[in-house]
Design a binder for this molecule. Structure first.
Ligand code: NDP
Ligand code: GDR
Length: 356
């Protein structure tokens, strides 16, 4: 929806996360006034979006604004929404790390589940349910221990973590508010998407950072958890366009977004090492120890059970045909190009700052 004067105003929660930063760029390029919610932190936490600000006090073209807020604080959500009257709201904020959600289970539910409810209720409190369109960052983690291959909008959910359970609540409350209050609210069921801006503790970025360090002689060994799980990995830049497209349709609906290709963690590691021309010696639990001879072209990858999750998701593969049919969305970046872009970026980063 556009406001009476045709102005397009977006509010993005989690704007300084991986997806938030790409989405902000995308929306600014489309002429939106973009508002983002950031949390107060004891150190600077806006490095992914600093290029969108001319200086910390002056926002790009007068169109980029940051507000302090938190998904656990209803009153701040109401204040921000009533002040800026967004035509589109993208709810990307989350405690988004699956393994961490086993340690921070209650907090994850507060932010990812109840936080979504707070945001939807804030829209209603401001009387904007017929005005603001709503995007919810749902996830392929909802499928969990999945039996159907590939997974689409009809596949039953079977969540396997506190994170996935919290996101399942958010998924259903979005549908409930759409039905109950006739809100334009959509779930994007996005499969894993990565980029050079991916958080450092997710497996792809952990791998490309460590392989870059090994390449530059700054490290000798990569230590990981479950190498056998398979993921459908795409590029975050492609996926934020799908978020926007979902809000431009005649009617609100839920869509799966993915590549339709799946690769194991082990394959990702192999591609990253092949980029720097090294051969891998796999070590550790459940992995054959082979080729232990000393060779400068050989690198050790060790498995440590401390990175295992109490319950993991073993296999994910999307069927994004509904999004293709509805708004002609297709991923542009292949798996190999994704690994290459992340490797190039992390090697450049480590050369500039070996302590990064
Ligand atoms: P990130 O972890 O990179 O970003 C999450 C953002 O949420 C950060 O900006 C973080 O702020 C913010 N946030 C966390 N807790 C709160 C809180 N209590 N109040 C306000 N903001 C908060 O995630 P991604 O960008 O990768 O993902 C975006 C969304 O999409 C998330 O909801 C994620 O669960 C979901 N998703 C991601 C997929 C992926 O593969 N990337 C796939 C499917 C869904 P801070 O920087 O201060 O920590
Ligand atoms: P995921 O991403 O759990 O799919 O959630 P992550 O990269 O954390 O794990 C993917 C798979 O890799 C295995 N793995 C490891 N994972 C991490 N983080 N660190 C390791 O050392 C490691 N070794 C092996 C994991 O066990 C897992 O099987 C991401 C997040 O962005 C969610 O917010 C999002 O909803 C889903 O993707 C779709």
């Amino acid at each position: 929806m556009a406001s009476g004067d045709g102005k397009k105003v977006a509010l993005v929660t989690g704007i300084n996360g991986q997806d938030g930063s790409y989405l902000a760029e995308f929306l600014l390029n489309k002429g939106y006034e973009v508002h983002g919610i950031i949390r107060r932190a004891s150190t600077f936490n806006t490095n992914r979006i600093d290029h969108l600000r001319v200086n910390p006090y002056e926002h790009k073209g007068g169109k980029f604004y940051l507000h302090y807020g938190d998904m656990t604080d209803s009153s701040c959500l109401v204040k921000i929404i009533s002040k800026i009257r967004p035509t589109e709201i993208y709810n990307l904020a989350a405690q988004s790390h699956v393994k961490v959600s086993f340690d921070l289970s209650e907090y994850t539910a507060e932010v990812d589940a109840v936080g979504t409810l707070r945001l939807l209720d804030a829209i209603r409190t401001c009387g904007l349910e017929d005005y603001s369109k709503f995007y919810q960052a749902s996830t392929s983690e909802l499928y969990g221990d999945v039996k159907a291959i590939p997974q689409n909008e009809e596949t039953p959910f079977n969540p396997r973590s506190p994170y996935a359970c919290a996101k399942l609540y958010a998924y259903w409350i979005v549908i409930n508010y759409r039905d109950a209050y006739n809100m334009y609210a959509c779930n994007g069921i996005l499969f894993n998407h990565e980029s050079p801006r991916r958080g450092e503790t997710f497996v792809t970025r952990k791998v490309t950072r460590e392989v870059a360090k090994i390449h530059l002689g700054l490290s000798e060994c990569l230590v990981l958890g479950n190498l056998n799980s398979k993921r459908d990995w795409g590029h975050a830049r492609d996926y934020v366009e799908a978020m926007w497209l979902m809000l431009q349709q005649e009617k609100p609906d839920d869509f799966v977004i993915g590549t339709g290709e799946t690769h194991s963690v082990k394959e990702f590691v192999e591609e990253a090492f092949s980029y720097i021309g090294k051969t891998i010696v796999w070590e550790g639990e459940g992995v054959d120890e082979v080729g232990r001879e000393k060779d400068s072209d050989v690198v050790r990858v060790r498995v440590d059970t401390k990175y295992f999750r109490p319950t993991d998701v073993c296999f994910l593969l999307s069927d994004p045909s509904k999004a293709k049919k509805a708004f002609n969305w297709e991923p542009k970046v292949s798996f190999l190009d994704l690994v290459k872009e992340m490797m190039e970026s992390d090697i450049a980063l480590m050369k500039k700052n070996p302590l990064a």
